[in-house]
Ligand binder design. Sequence first.
Ligand code: ASP
Ligand code: MG
Length: 410
Amino acid sequence: MSLLVIKFGGTSVADIERIKQAAGKVAAEAKRGHKLVVVVSAMSGETDRLISLCRSVTPLYDLREYDAVVATGEQITSGLMAIALQQRGLRARSWQGWQIPMVSDTAHSKARLLRIEADKLRARLEDGEVAVLAGFQGVTEDGRISTLGRGGSDTSAVALAAALNADRCDIYTDVDGVYTTDPRLVSQARKLSRITYEEMLEMASMGAKVLQTRSVEMAMKHKIKVQVLSTFENGIGSDYPGTLLTDEVNMEENLVTGITYARDEAKISVIGLKDTPGVEADLFGPLSDANINVDMIVMNVADPAGLADITFTVPRGDVSRVIETLKTHKDKLGYQNVLTDTEVAKVSVIGVGMRSHAGVATTMFRTLAARGINIQAISTSEIKISVLIAQEYAELAVRALHAAYGMEKG
Ligand code: ASP
Ligand code: MG
């Protein structure tokens, strides 16, 4: 007999019909004899609605009270799900975060879980009860309700799986798994049967918004088997229809596991800097003081006069703050000119196979060159290569690379 944590996202519990359908998946797992913890999100749109209620009182609302308001979305679904499970003849009981308790720090609206005191819950599970937990919720040491940030129910589910030493955590959502690339862009995109935590983290931080990043970090740390699967298809988690996150590398898989693209960065070029020791610190120090996240960095020193150009990327929304900051420090930096370009896209290839195989970058460069696509900046990590290109070529680049690495459907 296994212990499973089963999480349903907002679209999976969007209305009563869907809650009933989700309850059907839980009942099918119960029939196979598993002990079950169900974690639910708020019905889709509900958290947004609750946030806008807070805002309409005042945009400067108190975050403790924001948490008191937005946590109610999950409270409703936990009760409704328990009723739907009882309808199917299961013994089910709802739990709020404070009832477990899921103890968090006091960073209201984006709290981090500190510990889960799961003894009561464990006893009920042993007794054959299905526990239905309101996701997203925590409680501070001094007893106030907290929430774990947008998408936080994923983290609730993985944290519970870790605390209970569960055999698996199934995350039901509106996609049927993690794909090699965006299927809306590349019809040949293939669903991955498995992906490593590290690869998923790289995919998630670049726009493949399937799971909250924190939940993947937590799964990696505690080695929790997490499966992403669709609520809207037949089949249940125990038949493994989705994508499994593990730390086992599948040797059969391709060198490159995923290709992502992001259009939310802008390129800034600072032209004609003095090429002296410390100029980089003088440039990037004030940006980090202003809390601006710099991603790719390229530096050229070609000028015989000893001048340097530095190109870097920042989130598009930060461009005006970057320009302001550079202006403030112009005297010290002594640059000649600043150019900005928001018509760029970052395309990345990701795969743990890169660690042990050469040539992945060369294939990328050759493929883009063959399409006449110019690379404006490059950055790499152990398992990722990213290039910055003109935005108009993003789709072409993703398609060409997907084919070049042989990632199409078999
Ligand atoms: N309901 C919360 C949100 O929309 C938490 C979640 O769904 O994971 O962010
Ligand atoms: Mg979500």
